[in-house]
Design a protein around this ligand. Structure first.
Ligand code: PLP
Length: 385
């Protein structure tokens, strides 16, 4: 099998399993317990928080562990917006980019439905980029929060985040970014990005599913989404998942150490793959920005096919990838991201996303490109006959 669906998930790294193992077995304590087992769990949790903070260049107290990227996004959007509204009820507008993951978009829609907010969707251009001037023109005293993802999960486009964050800062509007897909590929130093909140997910970088983290800048208030025993300094109640926090920290540390080399190598492979697909398949269209895109994502539309049938043909040839994003699996609606970049319904149904892990090789992508050419050609032949 050639697995080209790393944006959906990645296998857990051996080093990560080894690092988390003690906290699932002998050192199984509850980090809130006042005895030696509890102390050792609390120490591991503290260490994990310090490791994540070191990668982001922030204070350990600014990291909240969550049960994944979805929860981190929910906490950022709902938590910050509700706290800002409580301070000043006039802050009722949410600025949300048109290409956000459903975890952000649906959190904003929830706030509109039940808490009186309005959602101002910031459009993107044909490459999927938010315009800095347009974004800046929408900022104002009535904005509770802005959220623009760092890099898109379907088309890979990387946003001009530092410029967007600078505009938000001059308008005194907090800005959150979903960096779930950026981790391991792009720098995560929050001071350079200028963001107030940033979401991460473990399972995209070799940690298990069900662990994530939210960076929350020290002075930014966020109402908790989960209420209970007040763990994570009151930001996120629930017995701390020490083993998974250790796993996330280990995966993030390794990903950061390997990032520069991996990004350079995989970018070159990605560009070779894109060139080959576009050269050999007449009519194939790349989606997303040509260069300002994740090293790990090559996404296309293949007019005259359906994305789902391309997937089946590819799977017959041992290549696993995704049509659009795995998060929208099971839905027949055209992808909101593709719609936002101006790709109409029928063409949007022909979308296929190839996403690479750090272990992808030139040989794998050569075989995959052959399989894509054969699959799309075969489907074209069937359609004509
Ligand atoms: N945000 C983005 C951009 C994603 O790609 C994903 C996962 O697909 C998520 C958020 C959700 O993360 P999790 O699967 O950890 O809930």
């Amino acid at each position: 099998m050639i697995f080209l669906d790393a944006a959906a998930t990645t296998p857990v790294r051996r080093e990560v399993i080894e690092a988390m193992w003690p906290y699932l077995t002998g050192e199984f304590g509850n980090a809130s317990s006042h005895h030696t087992l509890g102390d050792s769990a609390a120490a591991a949790l503290r260490q994990a928080r310090e490791t994540v903070a070191a990668v982001l260049g922030c204070l350990p107290g600014e990291i909240v562990f969550t049960a994944g990227g979805t929860e981190a996004d929910n906490l950022a959007i709902k938590g910050i917006a509700l706290a800002r509204q409580a301070e000043n009820p006039a802050r009722r507008r949410l600025l949300i980019s048109a290409v956000e993951h459903p975890a952000v978009l649906e959190s904003a829609r929830y706030l509109a439905r039940f808490h009186g907010f309005t959602v101002d969707i910031v459009p993107v251009d044909r490459d999927g980029e938010v315009g800095v001037a347009d974004f800046a023109s929408r900022l104002g005293d009535d904005v509770a929060l802005a959220s623009v993802m760092y890099a898109n999960n379907e088309i890979g486009t990387v946003q001009p985040l530092a410029a967007l964050a600078a505009a938000a800062r001059s308008a005194s509007v907090p800005i959150h970014t979903d960096a779930v897909q950026a981790a391991g590929w792009l720098p995560l130093t929050v001071a350079d990005l200028g963001v107030d909140a940033l979401s991460l997910s473990g399972h995209k970088i070799g940690a298990p599913k069900g662990i994530g983290a939210l960076y929350l800048r020290a002075r930014i208030q966020a109402e908790p989404v989960l209420h209970g025993g007040g763990q994570e300094r009151g930001s996120r109640s629930g017995t701390e998942n020490v083993a998974f926090a250790v796993a996330l920290a280990t995966a993030l540390r390794l990903a950061e150490a390997e990032r520069a080399t991996a990004a350079e190598r995989v970018t070159a492979l990605r560009d070779g793959f894109i060139a080959e697909v576009l050269d050999r398949i007449p009519g194939a269209q790349l989606t997303g920005h040509r260069t300002r895109r994740l090293p790990s994502v090559a996404s296309f539309c293949f007019p005259g096919t359906s994305g789902e049938s391309v997937l089946l043909e590819l799977e017959r040839r041992s290549v696993l990838c995704s049509s659009g994003s795995a998060c929208a699996a099971g839905s027949d609606d055209p992808s909101a991201v593709l719609t936002a970049i101006g790709i109409a319904g029928e063409l949007a149904q022909t979308a296929v996303r190839f996403s690479f892990g750090t272990s992808v090789t030139e040989a794998m992508l050569k075989d995959a490109a052959d399989a894509v050419v054969e699959s799309v050609t075969e489907l074209g032949r069937l359609q004509r006959s």
